[in-house]
Write a protein that binds this ligand. Sequence first.
Ligand code: URA
Length: 226
Amino acid sequence: MRLDKFLTECGLGSRKDVKSLIESKKISVNDNFKISPKDNINENEDTVKVNGEILTYKKFRYYILNKKAGFITAVDDPREKTVMELLPDWVIKKDLAPVGRLDKDTEGLLLLTNDGVLNHKLLSPKSHVEKTYMVILEKDISEEDLEKLRNGVDIGGYITMPAKAIKIEDKKIHLIIKEGKFHQVKKMLEAVNNKVIYLYRISFGKLEIGDLKIGEVKEISLEDII
Ligand code: URA
């Protein structure tokens, strides 16, 4: 792989940025500083250092974002602000895409990765990844309605799969679903004559939002996900 490509994929900036790092002797390959951006390196065998620190190449990267309301889940959009705009500079955006979708007004856990195979696998209807949502409701919810949500409700010709619904307060529940139909949580609550006022995703499979604040991002590993 070309040295400049390797360095950009390691998150050291644009091709222009890494060229200037090389020129200012901040980069070495096998302790050699007489290098050019066009040099080919073997990312598994050569030792590349930045300011004396060894750089390790990661083909796949995984991040969790605590999505803020007002941003759409898309890589780019001509009109709306996207979740990509919430990502700080240190996040490597190349080929990065969100796994699934949260509505513009939904907040909470959103996984992003450049690992297309994993992305596809996690979204497959067969994968049944459990997602936990904290839902603030317009009206108090009855035990009867919670039971309907658990057993499955009709969301416009589709009966939802069994779910877990836990009452936290009169107008606040945790809803745990294994599917990801378009506007599913909102439609499920509409099916029991209620309305979602606020929606926040707490977990996605093994991943939990924990104390990550709204708008913050952290890098995670594949082992955290599967
Ligand atoms: N269900 C919804 O209705 N909206 C979301 O953003 C996620 C799940």
